[in-house]
Design a protein around this ligand. Structure first.
Ligand code: F6P
Length: 354
């Protein structure tokens, strides 16, 4: 069978491991042929392709990014875009398509499926906010990078008696902030799911310092909001991509400045940004991405179209694309409880401190 493959949306470590697994299993076990559509949906829309045989995937397992490159192109926003995508697949004799991406990419995959294209999805996003799967690949690597950064910021904050706010990615959900905040021993974690009262944040830090600590670490997801406020935007005001997303950034600096105003403690901020998305995938993500790729090619040969490979417990299963894109997955209660359980508590009595 000839199968098209593309990667869409923000890149993430492990994309190449998925592509490699798809091509290796497809070639060795099913005698498939593959065609890469480059730069996400743009490649399928504009018919930009690359050969995707065994030699193309040699040595790519530890490489970050994606050999197919990516974009945030949305064919549904282009005149007859979905139709052009279907026609280009047919033109190349591709009987199926494997689309590797997050909710945006997979929402286009679902539309194409509704239009008769045989498509299988693979869940990708460092944000870990896709429904229906326990973990997306790329998340573990991002958390490791963020945790390493928090560890480093810790020592310099401690040396200078400073409050340092670390801004991590996470547009709609605070998975990276919560995991790296717990792993890095942060004192405050701010996530999009729970708008925060800056007076309470400042008071918590003031109380912590009154108990004898002289530095604090705050981790803030880029989508975190002041109570009653909106997300902090980076770049041209109102600028949105083809999926309607604003470019976020700046919450870390805003929080640091408000904490300094309220507490008098010298405060700084760092933005981890794309450092979290670049570089080599962790061993966990290499294995997970490989298993997703193997799952996707098996799904193609079982005829499970309009479906996405998903991780449940330790099993790779197949779920409807519609389920995966139905809603953004928020940080779940167990993880929130873990964060709440380990963080400082406001109004803890200073007199009881040893
Ligand atoms: O892919 C998700 C994500 O990493 C978000 O956390 C972040 O807001 C966004 O991508 C950044 O996208 P871009 O690289 O297009 O600026």
């Amino acid at each position: 069978m000839k199968i098209g493959v593309l990667t869409g949306g923000g890149d993430c470590p492990g994309l190449n491991a998925v592509i490699r697994a798809v091509v290796r299993k497809g070639t060795f076990h099913y005698e498939d042929e593959f065609l890469g559509f480059v730069e996400g949906w743009r490649g399928l829309l504009e018919d930009k392709t690359m050969d995707l045989g065994l030699s193309a995937v040699g040595g790519i397992l530890p490489r970050g990014g994606t050999i197919l490159r990516t974009s945030r192109t949305n064919p549904a926003k282009h005149e007859n875009g979905l139709q052009h995508c279907a026609e280009n697949l047919k033109k190349h004799g591709c009987e199926a398509l494997i689309a590797i991406g997050g909710d945006d990419t997979l929402s286009v995959a679902e539309k194409l499926f509704q239009n008769g294209v045989k498509v299988v999805g693979v869940p990708k996003t460092i944000d870990n906010d896709l429904s229906g799967t326990d973990f997306t690949f790329g998340f573990d690597t991002a958390v490791n990078i963020a945790t390493g950064a928090i560890d480093r910021v810790h020592t310099t904050a401690e040396a200078h008696n400073r409050v340092i706010v670390v801004e991590v990615m996470g547009r709609d959900s605070g998975w990276i902030a919560t995991y790296s905040g717990i792993a890095g021993g942060a004192d405050v974690i701010l996530i999009p799911e729970i708008p925060f009262d800056i007076d309470q944040v400042a008071e918590l830090i003031r109380q912590r310092h009154a108990r004898g600590r002289y530095f604090s670490i705050v981790v803030a997801a880029e989508g975190a909001k002041f109570a009653g406020g909106v997300e902090t935007q980076d770049g041209p005001s109102g600028g949105r991509d083809e999926f309607g997303h604003l470019r976020l950034g700046g919450i870390g600096a805003a929080v640091a400045s408000e904490i300094e105003k309220r507490t008098g403690f010298e405060s700084r901020s760092v933005v981890l940004g794309h450092i979290q998305r670049g570089g080599s995938p962790s061993a966990f993500d290499r294995v997970l991405a490989t298993r997703y790729g193997l799952g996707a090619i098996d799904m193609v040969h079982r005829g499970e179209f309009g479906q996405m490979a998903a991780l449940r417990g330790n099993k790779i299963i197949s779920i409807p694309l519609a389920e995966a894109i139905a809603s953004n997955r928020k940080v779940d209660k167990e993880i929130l409880d873990a964060a709440i359980g380990i963080l400082d508590k406001l109004d803890y009595k200073v007199s009881r401190t040893p």
